[in-house]
Ligand binder design. Structure first.
Ligand code: SF4
Length: 76
């Protein structure tokens, strides 16, 4: 059975979040609270930071729960 995935976009990139993989380390919320706020619904809002900063934070997710699905051209 495929793992349930939520998608969030800012028009440049799409961030995927797989709740089943999230170990609730809090690294995303501590590192970039404006975008990753567990007290908000939806808890991820990509319009609140620069794309490059979001990508940098997503890469720090230790479990793989967060990932970039559609990087914009020219952004690594
Ligand atoms: S950094 Fe990854 S594992 Fe940690 S709370 Fe955020 S999504 Fe979950």
């Amino acid at each position: 059975m495929p793992i349930k995935t939520h998608h969030y976009t800012n028009g440049e990139i799409t961030v995927a979040w797989k709740p089943a993989l999230c170990i609730h380390s809090g690294i995303c919320a501590r590192g970039l609270r404006t975008v990753f706020d567990p007290t908000r619904k939806p808890w991820i809002n990509l319009s609140l930071a620069e794309t490059a900063r979001i990508i940098e934070q997503v890469k720090k997710c230790p479990s793989g729960a967060l990932s970039i699905e559609e990087p914009a051209q020219g952004i690594e």
